[in-house]
Structures are given as structure tokens and as C-alpha cells.
Design a protein around this ligand. Sequence first.
Ligand SMILES: [Zn+2]
Length: 296
Amino acid sequence: MMKRVLVGLVLLAALGRPTVPAAQAGPTASPVTYEIFAVRFGVLPQFPVANLVAGGDKDRKLDIPVMVWVLKGSDGRVVLIDSGFYEEKFVTRWKVQNFTTPAAAVSRLGIQPDQVSDVILTHMHWDHADGADLFPKATVWIQKDEYQYYTGEAWQDPKRRGGGADVDVMSKLVKRNMAGQLRFVAGDAQEILPGITCYTGGKHTFASQYVGVNTVKGVVIMASDNVYLYQNLTMHAAIAQTLDAASNLQAQDRMRTLSSASGIIVPGHDPEVFSRFRSVGEGIVQIVGDRPSSAR
Ligand SMILES: [Zn+2]
């Protein structure tokens, strides 16, 4: 009897966290699809292209957007890919123009911070991870290896001292974990939410990830900084900041395969995103709508 109670308890614990109903609703349920929006919350002025594209033109500079990406699910779920930044030190140090907080930028889509149920962090850099606490009810998703490295070993090599992670950003994420609001993604090709799959191999950071999103046009790849600019794709040039250029190029090729139905790969900092897609508000474009005929 005791054993049965124990088994029951273990089962209950395993089922403890509420999961999305649609994914488990059985084979007859229609798959969840997402509308996707790119939301700009500032501009980094005159950024050297050579710091974005390996072998890029050393004299060319570009005003590059800082963005978050909003996914609105057919099941009502609102997911953010990356969370941007808002701490004053970053805004000042990087002379960010037209800055608004990522939460304020997202509110232009009619989305309040509390409505965001999940934030997927592609990597630990400050410009993508600092703003997670602007969305207090969200579960934050991060690759396990990425989190472990940038809260651990990255700080133990005096030459690397964090390897590009920021002490305050990491401290906030540690607290988020201790508040029970952080979940690990266990490696490559993990469907963490219905219709949302995380992939590794871009090697922008130790275990950076990119995201495949189910849409009415097929899978769209949200590359984040694993591809900085469209130019990386058209020139088949690795990003300038990668730990492994060969792996980065392989990831690019894989992104093309994964997104072959939609033909859409969204880079992390390309201003052209805002002219390629339909504007639906200040600093916001709709990358895919909720019907096949909409957008693009
Ligand atoms: Zn970035």
C-alpha cells in the first residue's frame, strides 16, 4: 500500500508543473501555430560590419536594431524569444538610440508584461538576457550547458572573466532559477512548447540556441545572433563572433533545411528585417500572420 502511495506521489510530482494542453491533446488536435513579430526597442549606432560578418568590410558601419521577437500562439500563449535589455549602464555605454524598454516596446502590440508566459533566451549576452525580469510571470528557458557555463566555469579563467556574460544579468537569472521560474533546455532539437523547438550548434556563445517556430507557412527559424545579418546567409559567412566558425556555417545550412517550407530565417540584428516585412506599428513588423495569405 505504502509503495502504491509512493508511486502515486512520484507520478504527481512528475505531472506537477502544468503543461500546455494543446500539445498533449492527442492526434486529433490541430497543431499550434504562431504569429511572429519582430519588435525593435532601440538602435546601436554605427556598428562595424566586420564585427558581425567574418571577413566583412572593415570600413562599413551600420545602425543595427536591438530586438525581441513575439510569438502569439493559436492556443493563446504569448512567448518571447529573447528579452532585450534595459539597465541604465548598458543603454549609456552603448549609446543606444531611440531606446524604450522591451516591455514598453512589446506593449505597442497590446501585450502586457504579465501576459508573457515564456521567455526563451537564445544566449546569455546582456542585450538578449537582461530584460527577462521585465516579464515577471514568465518561465525563462535556457540551454542547460549555457546556464551552467556562464554561472560557472566562464568566470574561473582569468583571461575570459565571464566570456561575455554580465555579472548582474547572470545574478538575476540565478535568482529567477531560485524563484522556480527557470527551465533548462536539454540540448539539441528539443520541442519545449507545442510548435516551438530549440536547436544548438550556432556557437555564438558556449551553447547558444536558435528556435524553430511552427507557423501557417511552415517552420520559421529565429536565428538570433547565431546569424547577425542576412549578409551572413547570402555570403555564407560565419558570424564574426563565434566560438566555432565551421559549426556556425553548419548551423546556417541546417536552418535553411529546417525552414525550407517557409523560406524564412530571421537574423539577430539586421535592420532590413524592418523593410522586408509588413509594419504593424512603431518599430514592429509582422513576420508571419495567422493566415497563409497574411504578411510577407
Ligand atoms: Zn545581440
